[in-house]
Ligand binder design. Structure first.
Ligand SMILES: NC(=O)c1ccc[n+]([C@@H]2O[C@H](COP(=O)([O-])OP(=O)(O)OC[C@H]3O[C@@H](n4cnc5c(N)ncnc54)[C@H](O)[C@@H]3O)[C@@H](O)[C@H]2O)c1
Length: 359
């Protein structure tokens, strides 16, 4: 079996978890390491010592500080991108132009809707498989909820709710998962409001202090999502799916791991499942995501984390911010190019800037 040559852009430096650097490339690398048909050939990081440490850990020979030079010299088949989101677009487009077969990029897709569209268009034009690391789709708690929906445990899905820190950074996982629960149905309109009283940056990108959003999907299912430091994560069961016959709840406050429980209105008692003790940050999910992207590259099927699906979520997220900027319901497709939250902050002269990415 021929092996895919894998390269990495942005290695990070482990040991500093938080919204300033998770060194996600290390989790990606564990995914490729587990696959017989992948060999990790090269890595690039603007901080040489980060690239050196990563190369040493995974036995990688090609080490670069300039990713364009790496693409030219190494001619990788697959590139994993794990830099902050304002850099995703330029790197994805460079990889498409360099003739790679597949790109697995970290989330969120980009910092503007225009950049997100450029990424998807470049991949489509160059016939490159583009995926985004919404790895929670591979987590047992979420899979279990999806299975229960499919089995008809709550009848027909009608409404989805979640509470979280923000709609853009953590929210990209959740909006994406709501799309998974709702069979990837695109949204028809979005209405919402955000508060930006205090700047928060997630991997260099601005996120709201607080927000509330209402999404109407094309199949009539509705989403009600609320976010914020003071609210979003203090909900107990943070995700709730309502159907014609019952409710499914998912929550991370139920130790030792996530719990999924469901109830039929006519029975009135909950059935719970600890989802094998799998939790929110189980790195295993990334390994499963990488395995799926490589398998889809080999077989030609749509990857679970396809750009098409990621763009569905990204359009809703930027529409949430756009609704707040325009004080109106946003009917999709979304026609803007910029980032509404950035422009609202600029207009209000809120001071923010991308923190230097290198540590
Ligand atoms: N999927 C998830 O659950 C999850 C979790 C955390 C972070 N993320 C995402 O992962 C991405 C990366 O975050 P991280 O925490 O791994 O970042 P990090 O800061 O740990 O690593 C980023 C690396 O990129 C390097 N870099 C910056 N500019 C570069 C350039 N021009 N060329 C090459 N290297 C460059 C930096 O030197 C740094 O080493 C972000 O988009 C973030 O949102 C995803």
């Amino acid at each position: 079996m021929s092996k895919y040559r894998v390269a990495f852009i942005g290695t990070g430096k482990p040991g500093n978890p938080g919204l300033k650097g998770y060194a996600m490339a290390y989790q990606h690398a564990l995914g490729y390491k587990a696959l017989a048909d992948c060999e990790m050939a090269a890595c690039a990081d603007i901080v040489r010592e980060n690239a050196d440490a990563f190369a040493k850990q995974f036995g990688i020979k090609g080490v670069y500080t300039d990713y364009n030079e790496m693409l030219k010299k190494e001619k990788p088949d697959v590139v994993s991108i794990a830099v902050w989101p304002h850099l995703h677009a330029e790197m994805i487009i460079a990889c498409c132009n360099a003739g790679v077969k597949a790109i697995h990029s970290e989330k969120p897709v980009a910092t503007t809707w225009g950049d997100a569209k450029r990424c998807a268009a470049a991949a489509e034009k160059a016939r490159v498989q583009l995926t985004f690391n919404h790895q929670r789709r591979f987590g047992r708690p979420f899979r279990l909820a999806k299975e229960k929906l499919r089995e008809g445990a709550i009848g027909k899905l009608q409404r989805m709710e979640f509470g979280l820190g923000d709609i853009y950074d953590g929210g990209t996982h959740w909006v994406d998962m709501m799309n998974m629960f709702n069979d990837e149905t695109p949204a028809e309109w979005v209405i919402g409001q955000i508060d930006t009283r205090q700047i928060r940056l997630a991997f260099g990108a601005p996120i709201e202090w607080q927000g509330i959003f209402h999404v109407m999907y094309k199949n009539g299912v509705q989403g009600v999502y609320f976010t914020g430091v003071e609210t979003g994560r203090k909900l107990g069961f943070n995700t709730r799916l309502y159907g014609t016959e019952g409710i499914i709840e998912l929550g991370w406050d139920a130790l030792p791991g996530w719990i999924v429980r469901w109830l039929k209105y006519d029975k009135g008692t909950w059935t719970g499942d600890m989802a094998n003790g799998e939790s929110l940050h189980d790195p295993n999910f990334v390994e499963r995501a990488i395995a799926d992207t490589i398998e889809s590259l080999r077989t030609g099927r749509e990857p679970e984390l396809s750009a098409r699906r990621a763009m569905n979520a990204t359009e809703i997220i930027f529409a949430c911010y756009e609704s707040s900027r325009r004080r109106a319901r946003i009917d999709l497709p979304l026609t803007i190019e910029d980032s509404p939250i950035q422009s609202m902050m600029d207009k209000n002269e809120v001071k923010w800037e991308y923190a230097p990415n290198a540590k």
